[in-house]
Design a protein around this ligand. Sequence first.
Ligand code: 2AM
Length: 176
Amino acid sequence: MNVKNLRLFFGLPLPHRQAEAIDRWCRELGLDGRPVARRNLHLTLTFLGSHSVERLAELQCLGEGIRGNAFEMKLDRLETGRHGLVCLGTGQAPEALLQLAGELQRLLRGAGYTLDERVFWPHLTLARDCRNPPLPASVPDFCWRAERFVLFHSTSDAQGTLYKPLFHWPLVTPER
Ligand code: 2AM
């Protein structure tokens, strides 16, 4: 394993209760692909790819420089994507989420990172490589207050994939 290079992404972690509820709901979909483990459920803000450990200090500073607002993250749609991806999406992406993802991308590009050119698509992946469409027994209706964002390190070994939080930063509730 190359320990000098880390596969990294910024994302929103899920509170334990929501992860449990989503996992329970997902099991009832009878998906035939590779499910995302409950401990790894998250919403990606921006994916960085593999970078040297030496860049972590710079990424920590970059995260610290972001003043994002907290928001209600609603997941109320079942969506599908490329390569048999099944995920939860949102009917209305909060402005603060779009601002956070946009600000991260702007700062990262400014620091020389090459990012995905596709338009930001807020989604929480449930499973990959599904061949048959999911058959939901109920409409998804999940919501939590996003109060922090995280830099994750994605690791894989014989035990499976684990997204380890490296640093986290608060999202603040604006005063009225
Ligand atoms: P996905 O859920 O749409 O598959 C960790 O791998 C996270 O980063 C996943 O949520 C994954 O998105 C996202 N990710 C992985 N590879 C990516 C890529 N090449 N471009 C954008 N996002 C990626």
